[in-house]
Design a binder for this molecule. Structure first.
Ligand code: FAD
Length: 462
């Protein structure tokens, strides 16, 4: 008889959520995790530490830029970098220990060490081989390398190194204008670094609604970030004095360089499945290194499943969690399901940027008739009170049926506001459904309602 009903390899948001739900549904469950702490990339070197630093530096920025405007006088705070990193580590510790507590509470076994799959139904951890009816690969992802660039995690860093720099750099060059690059770029810009973001494409945040991306870039520029777009990085040379980033401008093939104290390579992440023994097992993989799965997260090997960053789809913690929960339900004989059409994406800068569903560009490409309801936070009293009137809510609805197809928000608490629209979309709501829902005043959420009103007879405060 198998020792476990389920063994999950990887204790990140996909793996730990899957494990807790499996245990709650009565399955004997173990998680293999090689790190010293649970929580994966997200809790240890991703979502949580980056948000801690964004929070600390947001307050610093507020103190320097906005306190006096509100009559809050006095000495401006200075930065004790070691203490700020200590705060960040404390937040990580509280969260990772929280998962350990949840494992104990739900009777999930943590098999400490790096796991491999020597044969179907078997997981090897150290010298021990455990058997399981079902095995789940939830091994996550790692930073993608960039040709010509050697990472030393001191001068040339990935996001992991960027969370533990010895000191705040004078000049930071970020390669890649995606979510991670812009979040960490914002952190260091607020700490006083001169931040230049070099991006291969002609716009920041690829895939984002173009109008939002443009507005976002303009706001970040006002905050001091510089952008070099359409630039292909050729290499980074490191010397005792720092680093030199060599790039080629795509429009005219001209060569240029940038000096930096620190270079953050944030050009994306790739699935991590090294050491599992998948090739020997004959597990089918996709061309970009993801484990190939069917609609029920099953690989081509019976009893072997995969979720999270290791499979296809957006590399987001909540996508991994949802897959973990859905797979647990499936393994317990229930109907697990993830609605990939309603997965929000959030950038936690100030202002925040959030989106769900289709972008305008996608709707155009699909040839779908749609209408746009837009509302600026300038017309929202609460946003103006916190000096964040610059952004807007943009709601996209089907022209004929008024059904909500997507939403894109740049503004205060956008990452929370987006969920009202996610719920509406899950219920197949129309823009009018949102517009007819009473929203408390004064809240940022009123801007969402106004955008919904703008899909119909018009917003009130526009
Ligand atoms: P992971 O979290 O990567 O966990 C996989 C775990 O498996 C790791 O702990 C690893 O040690 C372990 N493992 C791997 N191989 C083995 C093995 N053979 N044996 C044992 N253990 C193994 N997403 C968001 O949604 N919001 C954010 O704000 C956000 N911010 C981010 C900021 C940064 C800087 C980074 C890098 C990422 C961020 N992400 C964010 C992405 C998010 O962290 C990932 O999408 C998420 O962690 C994926 O979860 P996962 O469970 O698939 O894998």
């Amino acid at each position: 008889m198998a020792e476990f009903d389920v063994i999950i390899i990887g204790g990140g948001p996909g793996g730990y959520v899957c494990a807790i739900r499996c245990a709650q549904l009565g399955l004997k469950t173990a998680v293999v995790e090689g790190r010293e702490t649970l929580g994966g990339t997200c809790l240890n070197v991703g979502c949580i530490p980056s948000k801690a630093l964004l929070n600390a530096t947001h307050h610093l920025h507020e103190a320097h830029e906005n306190f006096e405007k509100m009559g809050l006088m006095g000495a401006k705070p200075t930065v004790d970098w070691a203490r700020m990193l200590g705060y960040k580590d404390d937040v990580i510790g509280q969260n990772t220990k929280g998962i350990e507590f949840l494992f104990k509470k739900n009777k999930v076994t943590w098999l400490k060490g790096w796991g491999s799959i020597p044969a179907p139904g078997q997981v090897k951890v150290g010298d021990e081989v455990h058997s399981a009816k079902n095995i789940v690969i939830a091994t996550g992802s790692e930073s993608s390398p960039l040709n010509g660039v050697t990472i030393d995690e001191k001068t040339v860093v990935t996001s992991t190194g960027a969370l533990t720099l010895e000191k705040v750099p004078g000049k930071l060059v970020v390669i890649g204008a995606g979510v991670i690059g812009l979040e960490m770029g914002s952190v260091y810009a607020r700490l006083g670094a001169e931040v230049t973001v070099v991006e291969y494409l002609d716009a920041i945040t690829p895939g984002m609604d173009a109008e939002v991306a443009k507005s976002f870039q303009r706001i970040l520029q006002k905050q001091g970030l510089k952008f070099i777009l359409g630039a292909a990085v050729q290499g980074v040379d490191v010397s005792k004095k720092g680093a030199k980033v060599r790039y080629k401008l795509r429009k005219d093939d001209s060569d240029a360089t940038l000096d930096a104290d620190t270079v953050l390579v944030a050009t994306g992440r790739r699935p991590y499945t090294a050491g599992l023994g998948l090739e020997a097992l004959g597990v089918e993989m996709l061309p970009r290194g993801q484990v190939k799965t069917d609609a029920h997260f099953s690989t081509n090997i019976k009893g072997l499943y995969a979720i999270g960053d290791a499979i296809t789809g957006p590399m987001l913690a909540h996508k991994a969690e949802d897959e973990g929960m859905a797979l647990a339900e499936i393994l317990a004989g229930k109907a697990g399901h993830v609605n990939y059409g309603v997965i929000p994406g959030v950038i936690y800068t100030t202002p925040e940027v959030a989106s769900v569903g289709k972008t305008e560009e996608q709707l155009k490409e699909e040839g779908r008739a749609y209408k746009v309801g837009k509302f600026s936070f300038m017309g929202n009293g609460r946003a103006k009170a916190v000096f964040q009137g610059e952004g807007f809510v943009k709601l996209l609805a089907d022209k004929a049926t008024d059904r909500i197809l997507g939403a894109h928000i740049i503004g205060p608490a956008a990452g929370d506001l987006i969920h009202e629209i996610c719920v509406a979309m899950e219920f197949g709501a129309s823009a009018q459904d949102l517009a007819l829902t009473c929203h408390a005043h004064p809240t940022y959420s009123e801007a969402v309602r106004e955008a919904a009103l703008a899909c119909g007879d018009g917003a009130i405060h526009a």
